[in-house]
Design a protein around this ligand. Structure first.
Ligand SMILES: O=C[C@H](O)COP(=O)(O)O
Length: 251
């Protein structure tokens, strides 16, 4: 039986300017010996803060991640960042396929899969987001949608060392709504089953995060669910006072 180390990841989305560096410093200070012994912590700031936070994080053992990367290594792609550029900032991971990028930038599963390969080529861990819409949830199609996205958004060769999966029901993001613990457990069990069926026993080491309105108030319940190996946190990751208590659910 593989033991997976929990991961609490904060996605700052399009939030954060130079004044936010002090808040990140508070997160680093709060990631004390007791927390470090139990849980990995990661913050994905906007691209403008990647290099700076990577320096501030030195010595804290907090990992830094990009929020996206382009599938190509370089070229005429104005405004985009290659995976190599993300890695060059000092980041060790990159989020790909977040539902906000799928919606805002028309990203397909195939493109997400190509980004995963680009991330691996640059030595980054890919944090791959999947999740059903509200309509799909209401129609009872959650497992079907998640299994399909999992298949189509992942290239061959996934291991626990290079890939993290984040299940984020779109209707739960930033809404204060969360699925029942039963529903989260069912989805995570189905994801684990699908990963092991495709990638073999090594997929037992892939961490499966839940994301969508995770707060200090519900963290204990959600992070206690079988096969939930951590959380991808949006709004609550912007402040040390709300981010650290989520990680402390593991103490
Ligand atoms: O990437 C993070 C998720 O989209 C969750 O965001 P939220 O915690 O603000 O609901």
């Amino acid at each position: 039986m593989i033991k997976r180390r929990p991961l609490v990841a904060g996605n700052w989305k399009m939030n954060g300017v130079k004044a936010s560096i002090a808040e990140f410093g508070r997160i680093c200070e709060g990631y004390d010996h007791a927390l470090r012994a139990k849980v990995d912590l990661l913050v994905a700031p906007p691209a403008t803060l990647l290099s700076t936070l990577a320096v501030v994080a030195l010595g804290s053992r907090i990992a830094i991640a990009g929020q996206d990367c382009h599938p190509k290594p370089n070229g005429a792609h104005t405004g985009d960042l290659s995976a190599e550029m993300v890695a060059d900032t000092g980041a060790s991971a990159v989020i790909v396929g977040h539902s906000e990028r799928r919606a805002d930038h028309g990203e397909t599963d195939a493109r997400v899969s190509a980004k995963v390969e680009a991330a691996w080529s640059a030595g980054l861990t890919a944090i791959v987001c999947i999740g059903e819409s509200r309509d799909e949830h209401i129609a009872g199609r959650t497992l079907q949608v998640v299994r399909h996205q999992l298949t189509a958004s992942l290239p061959e060769g996934v291991t626990g060392a290079d890939t993290v999966i984040a299940y984020e029901p779109i209707w739960a993001i930033g809404t204060g709504l969360t699925p029942t613990t039963h529903d989260i457990a069912e989805v995570h069990k189905a994801m684990r089953h699908a990963l092991v069926a495709r990638f073999g026993a090594q997929a037992q080491a892939v961490r499966l995060l839940y994301g969508g309105s995770v707060k200090p108030e519900n963290a204990g319940e959600i992070l206690g669910i079988a096969d939930v190996d951590g959380a991808l946190v949006g709004g609550a990751s912007l402040k040390a006072d709300t981010f650290l208590p989520i990680a402390r659910a593991y103490l």
